[in-house]
Design a protein around this ligand. Structure first.
Ligand code: AHR
Length: 640
């Protein structure tokens, strides 16, 4: 062995064995707030329609489309020689749903098919609920017409399930229901839902189709089970909704409006979402709230604040703002009003007489993009709403302290999208903040590129497509700082939460999905490691060097009693860190660790490339944690 090789080996061994000692104080500085880790949601990248919302049919009610256009037929195709077109029906199903799908059926078996949201998951262990409205606009048939609803392969070669329904000869809109139970699961998601007619030739108008698999926890009009389960597995405390930019609308007219999202689906017009596709609003305010409750979360609900993403802002005058403030008041009343109020009575009529929990309301989203008018809008909303809802904490959504708002916000929601390196270096961000009663919500954050110049580029320009290991470790370093400052940072959520693998307006996302699969990213696992191991009280310890590569946090858990050590290594070199714990420990410690190459991602092709590994390690009051390069570790050490 040459001398230079020997030197290299020794240097590498020293690097591998790099030692750091952390002294942990036994006196807690603050409790960990129960709201600390949660979810941020808006309909982006089909995270709602085609994602979390369980409906399987795309463009099911022809909402907000232009009749007669090819675009209006998105996701629909004729079957067996039928002619189809979206029309503005002379007798609309409802004022909210003026469009119908007109099907001209020739002799034989013909009808219409829907491709779902780029596929339909056909599962033999599920029973699907299907329904649609119909009417015969011209000559009425002489007797009932048989419609067959089916789940078929895209080629039409395999019928997985079918059921007949009888359509009575009527010119009035009538809804029919059936169930579909596949005889076999499909090998892939390239499947269609079809409705065909036989022994009938003529014209039939159809509207508001629906196809639901079993939903998460059986919620009516509820959520896709595998996505909801993946979210539940994060152990989230809160759910921020409905945006994000998507609450804002590209114009004032297309803002999210709660009242258009509640009640029967026939009364929901849908809207042009901010993220370039139509939102059905089937996932409406009531569905959100019921689901949040089922999940054991609490809402952080946004109200529209007078600013739309396209730049339109409501004029700075009391008269101009009044209707929007009133709409926000009614939205809050729907959530928490007692049943003697119109909002509370409406909620009760939908099945939830008890008020929902609502502790936090955000006034807008990213109003730093209209700071001069937020100076006016913030007090207008606050002065009207805070006295009516004194128990609710209203959050300002600007850069922190910029602009300087009055009344002084009790809380801010701040958003960070940056490089992994930025997140590590800024883990100290909240350390110097005044402890004066103001609290902070890190409502959106994610490492999205390694190049500062590419932060808002496309994936091709360097933006991550899926979270990468170095990004996730950078986020973990930042999260150490959030735990350290959890006396003032009461909540934090990665964003965006969900994105369809081929329909993204934004990358990376915490979870990717398509019609059949859910892909958990490296950042998902990091969020989960923090959330499931949040502990009860923060134990101060030796400060990490923010320009270094090792970041940690130690908390105490009450039951069962334990110290929980979190350690992120943002560098390539392995390191050993000794935590000098403040009390005797016993037994074996549990180590959960995720590590990989910096550019590793979990992808549709390789969904489990990087996953956490759980093992048992010796516990000691001087607890040595071995941190590979680009790793996050959580060690639970039982207290004697
Ligand atoms: O998370 C994606 C977008 O980023 C959100 O809609 C917006 O609030 C932020 O700019």
């Amino acid at each position: 062995m040459s001398f230079s090789t020997l030197v290299a080996i020794l240097a590498s061994a020293l690097a591998c064995a790099a030692q750091t000692t952390v002294v942990v104080n036994g006196t807690a500085s603050h409790n960990i707030p129960e709201t600390l880790w949660g979810l941020m949601f808006e309909d982006i990248s089909h995270s709602g329609d085609g994602g979390l919302y369980g409906e399987l049919l795309q463009n099911r009610a022809f909402q907000e489309v232009t009749p007669g256009t090819v675009a209006a037929l998105a996701a629909w195709t004729p079957v067996g020689g039928a002619s189809i077109a979206v029309i503005a029906d002379s007798t609309p199903l409802s004022s909210a749903l003026p469009n119908a799908l007109q099907i001209i059926v020739p002799d034989g078996v013909a009808g219409v098919g829907n491709m779902g949201f780029w596929g339909i998951n056909v599962n033999a262990s599920w029973t699907y609920n299907a329904s649609f409205f119909f009417r015969f606009p011209d000559t009425l048939p002489s007797s009932d017409v048989t419609a067959t609803a089916s789940l078929v392969s895209a080629s039409g070669g395999t019928v997985f399930a079918s059921a007949n329904v009888s359509l009575s000869p009527t010119a009035d809109w009538t809804q029919v229901f059936t169930t579909l139970t596949p005889s076999a699961s499909a090998p892939d998601t390239l499947n269609n839902f079809t409705v065909t007619f036989k022994d009938f030739s003529g014209t039939i108008n159809t509207a508001l189709f629906s196809l639901f698999p079993p939903t998460f926890m059986g919620q009516e009009n509820g959520m896709r089970a595998d996505i909801a389960q993946a979210l539940l597995d994060l152990g989230p405390s809160f759910f921020r909704f409905p945006g994000g930019n998507n609450i804002e609308g590209n114009t004032i007219a297309t803002r999210w409006q709660w009242n258009n999202t509640v009640g029967p689906l026939t009364s929901r017009p849908g809207r042009e979402g901010t993220w370039s596709y139509i939102n059905t609003d089937g996932l409406g305010l009531y569905e959100y709230l019921v689901w949040i409750e089922l999940m054991g979360m609490q809402p952080i609900m946004a109200i529209w604040s007078g600013f739309s993403l396209g730049g339109q802002t409501v004029a700075n005058s009391p008269d101009a703002l009044a209707p929007y403030i009133e709409q926000a008041r009614q939205q809050i009343e729907f959530v928490v009003g007692n049943t003697s109020t119109p909002g509370g009575a409406l909620r009760a009529s939908l099945g939830h007489p008890e008020p929902f929990t609502l502790n936090f309301v955000e006034v807008g989203n990213e109003d730093q993009f209209a700071p001069s008018t937020y100076l006016y809008r913030w007090p207008a909303f606050m002065n009207a709403l805070q006295p009516l809802f004194p128990d609710i904490r209203f959050l300002a959504t600007t850069f922190i302290f910029n602009p300087v708002l009055g009344p002084t916000p009790q809380s801010y929601d701040s958003h960070m999208y940056d490089t992994p390196d930025w997140f590590a270096k800024n883990s100290i961000m909240y350390d110097g903040f005044l402890r004066n009663g103001t609290t902070y919500f890190e409502g959106e954050y994610a490492a999205i590129s390694v190049n500062p110049s590419d932060l808002f580029g496309t994936p091709a320009n360097g933006r991550f497509t899926f979270p990468t290991m170095n990004g996730s470790v950078g986020e973990a370093a930042f999260m150490m700082g959030l735990e350290r400052n959890a006396d003032i940072v009461f909540a934090a959520s990665y964003a965006p939460l969900l994105g369809h693998v081929t329909q993204n307006q934004w990358t990376p996302n915490l979870l990717a999905f398509d019609a059949g699969a859910v892909i958990k990213s490296t950042s998902y696992y990091v969020q989960q490691m923090f959330s499931l191991n949040r502990g009860d009280a923060y134990l101060p310890s030796t400060r990490a060097d923010p320009s270094g590569t090792l970041f940690w946090s130690v908390v105490q858990q009450n039951a069962p009693p334990a110290f929980i050590i979190k350690l992120a290594n943002t560098g390539a070199d392995a390191a050993n860190v000794t935590f000098q714990l403040p009390a005797a420990v016993k037994g074996a410690a549990r180590l959960v660790q995720i590590s990989g190459n910096p550019t590793d991602s979990n992808t549709p092709e390789s969904p489990d490339k990087v996953v956490p590994v759980t093992s048992s390690v010796d516990a000691g009051q001087d607890m040595v944690v071995a941190a590979p390069g680009f790793s996050v570790s959580v060690v639970t050490v039982p207290i004697a």
